[in-house]
Design a binder for this molecule. Structure first.
Ligand code: UN1
Length: 514
């Protein structure tokens, strides 16, 4: 094992990046939340947390902002998001670098995350001139029936460490053009990228207002803190929608609380994503697709490939090649050119991974990789060789999402049986099939195929574009974010019937003559 090539002076680098991105230095020292980099494990700032009263004040402020913002015409709301996209373009390198430092992503993925924010801004700007409803045929003469989409209210956004800024942007860009205000509670593990993002947003607001725009204060609020703050957001009567990304356990806590007060939820929870490799698959392409989906982001995407079903006829060709890729992939400083696998976010992630590997062995699995690397160089950072585990069947840890780079590989012979196995887990986020057989591909995409929110052919399950609706079924929570018509979840629909005649015919032929 060669060196991890760990960087020196990360804390100073973070400080200068935050300054460059416009973050108020007062927020970064003397606070109670230790912001850490998973690259070396060192603490890089002590962020001030929001007390419950401050969080409540932010939500109240967002409610006041909403009441003003909802009356601004949608294309003018889009202009603010356009300016925000410009700020992101101008600071893509810096914010992407900060994502790498705080979340441990390799450089291209840190930059990719900011690109995802830019893309959703572009999408939302276009959307701001749409937000259309239908005109519907009515059964009554001289009547017109239509639907109108109205702003909904304060949108709560709870995001996870692994996409510390893009997931907020998916939600915020749509919410803002839809006429809502937002209150964001980021992961406690990634407060710095959140502060930087909001600083860039504030710059866009300043430019917007300098050009005659009327963006109210508190339109996109940030609250930093732990569970208590999150609960406060989830329970607040003036928050009609909460979009929450994280574990299924988090969703189980959040979902019923929202339902209890009839608030809406967009839940984007755990995935246990699979791919099926069929006899006709292009194995070179499959190898690359699997390698990125399973090892990329050190296995810490909700769309990471975790289960691989390989047909008996190609198993002994593909799996040894995969093992070779697992053995040779470069692990270490995510900002070094050539590194493909950066660190796990923290010790908890490492422990969870080791437990899952033990359980896999106990269930008859054969583990390749999975060991910690570079411990001597980085006692407080957690780098692992991604693990490939050949399993006799789908049992034990294979049924759960472990947020780490573990790929369970299972041999199959019968297509119908493997489809059933594919769907026989509680989660339903993303899925793939590698095949050149039209019948298999189309069956996988059909009603009796994959039961996931995302189903792909000849690409892996991760790395979705923003133009499609993103989310999944079953324990993944059922929410949809980002593209397609996901915006509708951020608005309320009113059905309008207008009588332009001189009589009053009632629907369904009801007579009521007084
Ligand atoms: C997540 O891991 O929460 O499809 C989101 C992808 C990314 C988003 C992942 N565009 O992998």
């Amino acid at each position: 094992m060669t060196s991890l090539n760990l960087p020196k002076g990360v804390a100073a680098e973070v400080t200068s990046l935050l300054k460059d991105l416009g973050v108020d230095a007062a927020r970064l020292s003397g606070g109670t939340l230790a912001a850490r980099t998973p690259i070396t494990g060192e603490t890089v700032a002590h962020v001030k947390e929001d007390a419950p009263d401050a969080a409540r004040a932010a939500i109240d402020g967002a409610q006041t902002a909403f009441l003003a913002w909802r009356s601004i015409p949608a294309p003018q709301r889009g202009e603010l998001v356009r300016l925000f996209g410009e700020e992101l373009r101008a600071k893509k390198a810096e914010l992407g670098h900060l994502v790498s430092l705080e979340a441990g992503k390799i450089t291209s993925e840190g930059l990719g995350e900011v690109q995802e924010m830019i893309d959703i801004c572009d999408f939302a700007v276009g959307l701001s001139r749409q937000l259309y409803g239908l005109t519907i045929a009515t059964e009554r003469a001289d009547h017109r029936m239509m639907e109108t989409w109205h702003p909904l209210g304060v949108t709560g956004i709870i995001s996870a460490f692994n996409f510390p800024v893009a997931v907020w942007a998916w939600n915020a860009a749509l919410a803002l053009v839809c006429g809502n205000s937002t209150v964001w509670k980021p992961s406690e593990k990634t407060p710095l990228t959140a502060l930087a993002t909001v600083a860039l947003f504030d710059k866009a607001v300043a430019r917007y207002n300098a050009n005659g725009g009327k963006a109210p204060a508190g339109l996109a609020a940030l609250i930093i803190g732990g569970r208590e703050i999150g609960e406060l957001l989830v329970d607040h009567k003036n928050v009609p929608l909460v979009s929450a990304t994280g574990s299924t356990a988090m969703g189980r806590a959040v979902g019923p609380r929202l339902a209890g007060r009839f608030a809406r939820a967009i839940l984007e929870l755990g995935g246990n994503n699979a791919a099926i490799v069929c006899p006709s698959a292009d194995l070179d392409l499959t190898l690359r697709g699997v390698a990125f989906a399973a090892m990329g982001t050190a296995g810490q995407r909700c769309t990471t490939l975790r289960r691989l079903f390989v047909h008996d006829s190609v198993y002994d060709t593909l799996v040894p090649r995969l093992k070779k890729a697992y053995g040779s992939v470069t692990i270490g400083n995510p900002m070094t050119t050539g590194t493909l696998v950066g660190p796990l976010i923290d010790k908890g992630a490492f422990t969870g991974m080791q437990k899952a590997l033990e359980a896999a062995k106990a269930a008859g699995g054969t583990v390749t990789g999975g060991d910690r690397v570079g411990e001597a160089e980085a006692a407080d950072a957690f780098y692992v060789r991604p693990a490939l585990v050949e399993m006799p069947g789908q049992s034990g840890p294979v049924e759960h999402e472990t947020f780490a780079p573990i790929l369970y590989v299972i041999r199959y012979t019968d297509f119908e049986a493997v489809l059933a196995l594919h769907n026989a887990v509680p989660q339903g986020l993303s899925s793939s099939i590698f095949t050149n057989d039209l019948r298999e591909a189309e069956t996988f995409l059909s009603v009796r195929g994959s039961d996931c929110g995302i189903a792909n052919v000849n690409i892996g399950p991760s790395g979705a574009e923003i133009g499609g609706a993103f989310g999944g079924e079953k324990e993944t929570g059922g929410g949809r974010e980002s593209g397609s018509d996901s915006w509708k979840a951020y608005m309320r629909r009113a059905t309008n019937t207008i009588n332009y005649g001189k009589t009053l015919p009632l629907a369904q032929g009801v007579k009521f003559d007084v």
